[in-house]
Ligand binder design. Structure first.
Ligand code: KG4
Ligand code: ZN
Length: 340
């Protein structure tokens, strides 16, 4: 079975063919970095136009790379929220057209759920697992019971972690996209140079807050003139985020134990999961707790259509398809219970 995935929720236009045998036959990603970099962030209108311009080329290339024809597609899965509405309309309308043309099911995909399930595409991971989701728009700890039952046990009360990385990059003028730049600068800095706050790290809660950390970093950044100062501030900021994650993962493991939930493993996902210090720290906690650690390969952590196609495969197996009337949702929260 072949599922076509389409991703267009932010600044990547991507199409991928994934099989139910976990083969990624193609994963074509057109990144709009060049279109947005002079603005130091994503401009929604420019993003929508770029998706419209590229989507059919990216789709054709995905078929070509996979060496299959359109007639061989068994279903079309497209990100239908959350995200920037212009891009969501372009991607989901394109997918619905393919679905109508080849008379195959359309599957509306929640982008965040796709990040959450992505590690199962490359690894054999059993439910339930503990998921630390860290992207540009979200920061959540979840227990993934099944593809359609994701229990959120902690979430950010203000900014997402990716947003905090991006804002630190902006205040230090490091360019766009911010996260990878902060990581690059952090490699040359002293992580103990600045003592930054670690919000909500005293009460065993699994919730996050990054706005205070961001403000504290901003105040220090105003007096930084040298490159070494920037390296040190990036290193201190990144280390603080790592410490917060370590604390939160430990709290989440305790929570799962207390609830009698026997988690199989710890999984990380989302763009910030491509950060080496973050990956290493969470892996250490997993080892200390005798839990296997899984993370999608770096190119599947950031936005891509293979994760969309894969969730399409999982949903198709459960007969969860969508109507062509499905309207894209710029906001599409998890509709699952929140335990804490
Ligand atoms: O999951 P993603 O590609 O898009 C969303 O769904 O939001 O995540 C993008 C976020 C951005 O905030 C970006 O700066 C951050 O992930 N990011 C990183 C790294 N690579 C991407 N943050 C820290 N270190 C990285 N290496
Ligand atoms: Zn994403």
């Amino acid at each position: 079975m072949y599922v076509l995935g389409i991703e267009s929720s932010c600044d990547e236009t991507s199409a991928s063919i994934v099989s139910d045998k976990k083969e990624i036959l193609s994963n074509v990603i057109y990144s709009q970095i060049k279109e947005h970099e002079s603005f130091l962030g994503v401009v929604p209108e420019i993003a929508a136009r770029a998706h419209l311009e590229k989507i059919d080329k990216v789709f054709k290339k995905a078929l070509q790379d996979a060496n299959i024809s359109g007639e061989e597609i068994d279903a079309v899965a497209a990100t239908s929220g959350p995200g920037l509405i212009g891009g969501l309309i372009v991607g989901s309308t394109f997918a619905k057209t393919i679905s109508w043309l080849y008379k195959v099911p359309f599957i509306a995909i929640n982008h965040i759920e796709a990040h959450a399930l992505c590690a199962r595409l490359t690894e054999n991971i059993n439910f339930p697992y503990l998921l630390m989701l860290m992207s540009g728009g979200h920061c959540q700890i979840c227990i993934v019971h099944s593809p359609s039952d994701i229990e959120v046990i902690g979430k950010t009360l203000d900014d997402s972690v990716g947003e905090a990385f991006d804002k630190v990059a902006k205040m230090l003028n490091l360019g766009y996209p911010g996260g990878p730049q902060v990581e690059k600068f952090a490699k040359r800095g002293d992580s103990k140079k600045f003592d930054l706050p670690k919000p909500l790290c005293t009460n065993f809660s699994c919730d996050f807050s990054f706005s205070g950390l961001k403000t504290a970093t901003r105040i220090i950044s105003e007096n930084i003139k040298s490159d070494q100062g920037k390296y040190d501030l990036c290193a201190s900021f990144q280390q603080t985020v790592v410490d917060v994650f370590k604390y939160k993962i430990k709290s989440a493991i305790k929570f799962a134990k207390k609830q009698g939930i026997n988690i199989s493993s710890i999984v990380i996902a989302g763009g910030v999961a491509s950060n080496t210090s973050v990956r290493t720290a969470i892996k250490e906690i997993s080892i200390q707790n005798n839990l296997p650690f899984f993370s999608p390969p770096v190119h599947l952590c950031t936005d891509n259509a293979a994760m969309i196609a894969w969730l399409g495969v999982e949903k198709l197996k459960m007969n969860e398809t969508s109507s062509l009337d499905f309207s894209p949702r710029p906001k599409w929260p998890f509709e699952h219970k929140i335990s804490i």
